[in-house]
Design a protein around this ligand. Structure first.
Ligand SMILES: [Fe+2]
Ligand SMILES: [Fe+2]
Length: 316
């Protein structure tokens, strides 16, 4: 009797390309950081041209990456992964929990979309916050000012995450509610993480600029701002969660526009190579301009998530 041959195992499926960095990327994780100090002072050239050479990009541009970026944490029930959707897709909402990494042309296109879009009608509380930032750090956009903004940016997500845990403690027997709260909780954790990358990256850029900043304005005052903002956001959330969501939507909209304008004001960023210790975790970008465009796009995702919460209201 002839023995039955064992079936041969199928060859492994080819790795799926991710949306993200452009071809020819340098191995950023191995390049010494800090070799290109630069200034964020405004230039006479003003706003940078945003139409890429070679014509307008097509919608849904996807670019092969040469460096594998670890995928972000994602809940088991997650919506389709970001790389399955084109940038700027207007169907199912792209959430902060899935902040997509865009290619260079998509980043330019989305920056222009931000510059063309009107800002939200900011609430009095948000306007007071932005005025305070301008008084303390000046109206001019600088990397150091963005670093301060990123210090406080995580706070609402921390408040919402804690509130979700407390709600789960009380209502975990309600399976439907528990599922919705858990999904929100995971999103809030991911938003915090995303903001944390922004903070670490802006701190890295400030350090690379070689400028020294005052301890009082850039260490002590941001701590005081963060404590004040924490209590304000917490109070708004306790009184009415929608007030807290609105404040954050305003904050994120402001950040999205500020990053877009900051890049437009600094054409020299277009040729300034970006080297980062966080490239393998956050994503690698050829230039500082593209990095800041990506951060600005993240802020738009955060804004849209807060606007979604605003429409949903209190979790029930
Ligand atoms: Fe941010
Ligand atoms: Fe944000």
């Amino acid at each position: 009797m002839t023995p039955t041959p064992h079936p041969r195992p199928a060859p492994p499926a080819p790795r799926r390309p991710l949306v993200g960095a452009v071809p020819g990327r340098l191995p950023y994780g191995t390049v010494p950081f800090g070799s290109a100090p630069f200034s964020d002072a405004p230039t006479a050239a003003g706003r940078a041209p945003l139409t890429p050479p070679g014509g307008s990009p097509t919608h849904g541009e996807k670019v092969q990456v040469t460096e594998v970026i670890p995928p972000p944490r994602r809940p088991a029930h997650a919506r389709p992964p970001a790389h399955d959707r084109p940038p700027g897709h207007h169907g199912a909402p792209t959430t902060a929990a899935q902040t997509p990494k865009l290619g260079r042309r998509a980043l330019r296109r989305e920056q222009q979309a931000t510059l063309d879009a009107p800002r939200r009608r900011y609430s009095p509380v948000a306007r007071l916050l932005f005025l305070t930032m301008d008084v303390l750090y000046g109206r001019r956009r600088t990397l150091a000012k963005f670093q301060v903004l990123e210090i406080v940016a995580r706070i609402p997500y921390q408040i919402w995450e804690n509130a979700a845990y407390r709600l789960l403690t009380r209502r975990h027997r309600d399976a439907g509610l528990a599922h919705r709260v858990h999904a929100r909780l995971v999103e809030n954790r991911e938003q915090q993480d995303n903001e944390q990358w922004h903070l670490l990256i802006t701190a890295e850029l400030v350090a690379a600029s070689g400028r020294r900043h005052s301890w009082l304005r850039f260490r002590a005052l941001p701590t005081l701002l963060a404590v004040t903002y924490y209590h304000l956001a917490w109070l708004l959330f306790v009184l009415n969660p929608r007030w807290s969501y609105r404040l954050n939507a305003d904050f994120e909209d402001h950040a999205e526009h500020e990053y877009a304008q900051f890049v437009a004001e600094h054409p020299e960023f277009e040729t300034l190579p970006h080297r980062s210790a966080y490239a393998r975790t956050y994503g690698a970008y050829d230039t500082v301009a593209d990095l800041l465009r990506q951060i600005g796009h993240d802020e738009r995702m955060h804004k849209q998530e807060s606007e979604h919460y605003l429409r949903e209201g209190r979790l029930r």
